[in-house]
Design a protein. Structure first.
Length: 190
């Protein structure tokens, strides 16, 4: 069965490549706006499902994998900063606090017409950061396309006291442990 990752994220693609299975990527064009009537956990699953649905129309025989991620401080969503100034503000706000990352995963199997949904919740505990440390980090890493303004897979770990989660890959954008479980359930040999 063909497998399609419904994503334009280079980070998700790189994670999925770890599984050493043949797949293709297709970027869904959907509205990723939040539904304020839903929890953040439900929002990431709903957005991931919209991505899967959009791509399944184009690849009706393929197993579709979609993911979405939100991060929040005190239930206030922090998006991708897209600039040094915004990233600096985000990291300044995160200093000494906990950030919660919600990573939604949806897998759609067209043969069974079944959706598999999952949401990983990761808590990132930031240490108290100085302005100089934030600036040094941002100049080095330039994580402007990353929610929360850091890359955990690189120097970003220097910003934290601890990370609390069940799957470290979820923080990067695709919970591989759960995905492997779902893929095996759907007959994919890993």
């Amino acid at each position: 069965m063909q497998i399609v990752l419904a994503s334009s994220s280079k980070y998700r693609k790189k994670l999925f490549q770890r599984l050493n299975i043949k797949f293709s990527c297709y970027s869904p064009d959907i509205n990723e706006g939040l539904n304020h009537g839903l929890t953040l956990e439900d929002n990431v699953q709903e957005i991931a499902k919209k991505k899967a649905q959009a791509v399944s129309v184009l690849f009706p025989e393929a197993l579709i994998i979609a993911s979405d991620q939100l991060c929040a401080i005190d239930d206030i969503v922090m998006g991708k900063p897209m600039s040094f100034e915004n990233a600096f503000k985000q990291l300044k706000q995160a200093s000494g606090k906990d950030i919660i990352f919600y990573t939604g995963l949806v897998v759609f199997n067209p043969q069974s017409n079944q959706y598999y949904n999952y949401c990983d919740q990761t808590t990132v505990v930031f240490r108290n950061l100085t302005d100089q440390e934030i600036e040094h980090y941002l100049v080095y890493e330039q994580p402007y396309d990353c929610a929360g303004s850091f890359k955990v897979e690189s120097l970003g770990v220097s910003l934290f006291d601890k990370i609390i989660n069940q799957d470290p890959t979820a923080l990067i954008g695709l919970p591989l442990i759960k995905l492997c479980h779902i893929l095996r359930k759907n007959g994919v040999l890993l």
